[in-house]
Design a binder for this molecule. Structure first.
Ligand code: NDP
Ligand code: MG
Length: 393
């Protein structure tokens, strides 16, 4: 029986994780669930899964949550609040595995704390890895933590790369990684219409049902850019070894091309419960609840190159990793602010890459070798991006 802490339990990945965990009550015990402010969903999850701890980061929501719990069947749950509480529950002795599924930079400190504490870290929160890069990977190797990728592409690569089971070990027999992308909802939209894209259109992904931020990232393909950086870090690859392939059916979740000409692919329906179940059961396997793949329903699979003119965010990610140092941290922070501004209808869809690049160009690629540097750069890049957005309007 393993103890699990789910950071970001109320989000898309958190809900899918609990769905899988509930299918295996003899293998996993839920120790802690965390949310930012969504106490209604958290309450229902606590009723069903009876964790020892529930964290509500937002203090006002936490107070409401405590009221809700009083005199309820789950009054015994310890309720904590504030950012520190995330690190506290991620490092509890009773916790063996931590699902890192908070969105954005807010997930960095608890995910890193779990890695430092030597937990099995199931990493969905790609922003945390992109912003902290080598620091995160170093924490993993120093503590001996097991890092298991949840992002469907990286989970696919992991499954196709047995030698990388200890994440971070480069595989010298790998020629390259083919990182697949659906191309999002605007793959074929006439370029001149892209400026008029609304938030509602951008969050409606053709194949995957996800949180808002990652849905916008998929529409701009910044998601694939972040994933390219994530793949370089997880599998010790150079950016020129990662080829982005548009595959609109989202059936192949990525491929590994070996020196002898063998290409291994992982296939499955686009259902995040598959990579989640893979990581939860690893190195064994168990049921995920996902529908089995019917290859005849798929019928055909298409592949095309990504168009950097249509998707400038992808170009920016390659630019950031080529520059190195703090620039990937800047890229991530600027993107988070730009996406938020787009969702709040403060900037147009096509302004997102413009704003990010303007911010990146204000930084020198100085070395990013401490957490303090990373956190300071993240904060500074957010302020600069806000300023660029204000000037744009
Ligand atoms: P959601 O927006 O659906 O959920 C985000 C979760 O994080 C919620 O539990 C939310 O709490 C919590 N949260 C948000 N802000 C904070 C904060 N400041 N402090 C603490 N908790 C916070 O996101 P997704 O589940 O879609 O994505 C989660 C991560 O997984 C992202 O990094 C994403 O890139 C990655 N990922 C997601 C995939 C998907 O299919 N959804 C696929 C691959 C990767 P509350 O509900 O209270 O706001
Ligand atoms: Mg992905």
């Amino acid at each position: 029986m393993k103890g699990i802490c789910i950071l970001g339990a109320t989000g898309s990945i958190g809900v899918s994780t609990l769905d899988v965990v509930a299918r295996h009550p003899n293998l996993y015990k839920v120790i802690a669930l965390t949310a930012n402010s969504n106490i209604d969903v958290l309450y229902a999850q606590c009723l069903q899964h009876q964790p020892d701890y529930a964290v509500v980061v937002n203090a006002d929501s936490a107070a409401l949550f405590k009221d809700k719990l009083k005199d309820s069947a789950i009054a015994g749950i310890t309720v904590l609040s504030g950012k520190q509480a995330l690190e506290q529950v991620a490092t509890l002795d009773a916790v063996d595995s931590v699902m890192a599924a908070i969105v954005g930079a807010a997930g960095l400190l608890p995910s890193l704390a779990a890695a430092k504490a030597g937990k099995t870290v199931l990493l969905a929160n790609k922003e945390a890895l992109v912003m902290s890069g080598d620091i995160f990977m170093q924490a993993v190797s120093e503590s001996g933590a097991q890092l298991l990728p949840i992002d469907s592409e990286h989970n696919a690569i992991f499954q196709c790369m047995p030698a990388a089971y200890k994440a971070g070990n480069s595989n010298k027999h790998v020629r390259r990684i083919l990182l697949t992308a659906s191309g999002g909802p605007f793959r074929q939209m006439p370029l001149e219409q892209m400026a008029g894209v609304t938030p509602a259109q951008a969050v409606a992904h053709p194949n995957w049902d996800m949180g808002k931020k990652i849905s916008v990232d998929s529409a701009t393909m910044m998601n694939k850019g972040l994933e390219m950086i994530e793949a370089c870090l997880l599998f010790a690859m150079s950016p020129d070894q990662i080829q982005v392939v548009i595959h609109p059916q989202s059936v192949i979740h990525s491929m590994v091309d070996y020196v002898d000409g063998t290409v291994l692919a992982q296939l499955g329906n686009p259902d995040m419960r598959i990579p989640i179940a893979h990581a939860l059961a690893w190195p064994a396997r168990f049921e995920s609840g996902a529908k089995p793949l019917n290859i005849f329903d798929v019928g055909r699979m298409d592949f095309e190159e990504a168009n950097l003119e249509r998707f400038p965010c992808l170009r920016l990610a390659y630019k950031a990793i080529a520059a190195g140092g703090i620039i990937p941290t800047v890229l991530n922070a600027a993107n988070e602010i730009a996406v938020e501004a787009f969702l709040n209808e403060q900037i147009r869809f096509t302004d997102i890459p413009v704003v990010i690049e303007a911010c990146m160009d204000q930084f020198e690629a100085t070395i990013a070798n401490t957490l303090d540097i990373i956190l300071a750069v993240d904060e500074q890049a957010r302020i600069i991006t806000q300023k660029i957005i204000t000037e744009l309007r």
